[in-house]
Design a protein around this ligand. Sequence first.
Ligand code: TEU
Length: 567
Amino acid sequence: MQPEQWWKSAVVYQIYPRSFADSDGDGVGDLRGVINRLDHLERLGVDVVWLSPVYPSPMDDNGYDISDYQDIDPTFGDLDTFDELVAGLHGRGIKVVMDLVVNHTSDEHAWFAESRAGLDSPRRDWYWWRPARPGTTPGTPGAEPNNWGSFFSGSAWQYDERSGEYYLHLFSRKQPDLNWENPEVREAVYTMMRWWLDRGIDGFRMDVINFISKATELPDGEVRPGELFGDGTPYVFSGPRIHEYLHEMHQRVFAGIDRPLLLVGEMPGVTVEDAALFTDPDRAEVDMVFQFEHVGIDQGDGKWDVLPFDLRTLKASLGRWQRGLAARGWNSLYWNNHDQPRVVSRFGDDGEHRERSAKMLGTVLHLHRGTPYIYQGEELGMSNSVFHDISAFRDIEAVNHYGHATAAGADPEQVLTALRTMGRDNARTPMQWDGTLRAGFTTGTPWIEVNPNHVEVNAAAQYDDKDSVFTHYRRLVDLRHSEPAVAYGDFTMLLEDDPHVYAFTRSLEGTELLVLGNFTGETRPVDLPLGTDWAGAELLVTNLDDPHVTGALAPWEARVLARRLSA
Ligand code: TEU
């Protein structure tokens, strides 16, 4: 039998450097700030840090618009500080994974400047340039080469007066898409990736990596009722050459490196079937995907159409992914990242039961099969913040959506309600280190307001409290390291139709774990033979201060039972 891959028993911690810790008082987090907080990561026990982008950037999308791939933005520090951070993490046994944003660059990247210089520029073909739609006047509404909308509102095309052509940008107009059809583009990216690996990093989290192969004819997309633009995603998500590109990248960049690496493909819209191919070790593409199905279950027609949460839909989705990748392939497990609202506000209770529901959510997630990701602040039970009006939002997605939706006649209050519920800024408020004025994040004015609940919800108050959310997450991380059934066991979903209780088993050889989570604020009976089959089982994890193992679950209770069958 093959030895198990190291990342199956690992836990990843995501740092969004802008909001983690500010060492110089300019109100923006930086690398020195991270270095000063390494003890936090060591205490939590995580194995890997994924660092969101720290490269030079005009910060139109907070660094996901890169203007130089081989340097550090002065806001965050410099390459020497970066090396010091890597050494500090490695010294604590923690690996470092960089964010690789190569579906697009910034429009301020030298490659794009050259590409834009003229129709005969040697780098013209490095991006997606197209003439206006035949029979239209370039630069006028409706003359765009196709009808695709951008993820950040408006058309996905930007008119360039100099050449009279348009360039494609699936995200902001300052994020032009790279043309991966051009082998020179691919080669330049691979060279850059090798440069970072030579510097000592341990892998990449690859931003929207399943967008890099597009249907080259770029056909119009379907226009849904009430929409101004067409949906280009069928021509972009996991396009015709995606497997070829990822395998090529693997061969050109990772093959021959014999230290352990982590390769994570962020893939909006990826299907289970495709994920099984992307992560099949024999195909040598990526180690695991970051998929979005379970964070779309409370969204209807687009992310701002907020639907009520239904636990059965969540179970159906995660259960399908567990089954689909059981034999081959691997998944990332997450509730939160820098693009998602805080899970305790979304699927839990951020009021009376904040702590208990945060621990329940962590328990249910971390006991699945897959590699768990903890997003900064999740381990403290941080919740969505307060945004009084549109001026409190910073995210380009939120600001653009507000502008476009209200201009089209939407009620501003309703738009704000959707932004407060689903907006990405919820994840980006400063990390809550302590209860002081700026939560210990900065001595200056933070670039985005601190959540007022930091007075209560903060790291300093939780470290030595045996019942804190932080201590609970520590236990969950330990458990993945120490209990092989958590890392490698089979998964079986139970009670699929129960709207209140999440239940499943994990089993490996003689060990069976039963995981139960109450997703409501009421006591709920559990429709399983707990009194017979599970009588006398060991209580491995609980989120109750004074646990009583009964046939019912207390509000937001989480329970993990273990039974060991003797051979
Ligand atoms: O996000 C990919 C993505 O498609 C979504 O998560 C998106 O950010 C959002 O949900 C739109 O509604 C990645 C990064 O994680 C995100 O921060 C970047 O803005 C985006 O790519 C572009 O680089």
